[in-house]
Write a protein that binds this ligand. Sequence first.
Ligand code: SF4
Length: 202
Amino acid sequence: MAELNMEEAVLTTRLDTVVNWARKNSLWPMPFGTACCAIEFMSVMASKYDLSRFGAEAMRFSPRQSDMMLVLGTVTNKMAPVLRTIYAQMAEPKWVISVGVCASSGGMYRTYATLQGIDRVIPVDVYVPGCPPRPESMIYGVMKLQEKIEKESLSQRDDHIRRFYESLDRQHALEAEKGLTGQQAIRHMLMDAAEQGAATIF
Ligand code: SF4
């Protein structure tokens, strides 16, 4: 077998492949923890489950330094504008994992005060079922996100992110025009969307 001369070796690949490989192995989590799922997430980050094995240990509480938001817990309607602002401030490309039934569907809180699924107000990439999901389930969710990132293309600016920013402009315009709070504007938009048979506002 001919000896491989490493100094002359050439490797060809696609830019998408290299960049996505780097992206999927260096996710910076932004925990949006509001309830018990956040406690479960602490064990995901601790030594037993150790998310750093996936290159995702650099947890940041600043959206501008994060690209993977994990929504961990019940989100009330009052928190919806905060969630949208934090998502808007995150660096792009960015991804969202909805952890647990509360974040994904409102869970057992079928009440007027609880947002019935965060995907009504921000785009979600992966849903992790359970109440609370086991740490293994959260890790599986991160692995599913990695698979998704692997297939993305650099030239693609996700349509749902563009639509999200448009909806944020609409929200701010409503607030300014009608003197509404963020929560009231989002409620208004959700009701408009429901009249048109849509469940989301973006
Ligand atoms: S899904 Fe269960 S564990 Fe998670 S926040 Fe809701 S009630 Fe708590």
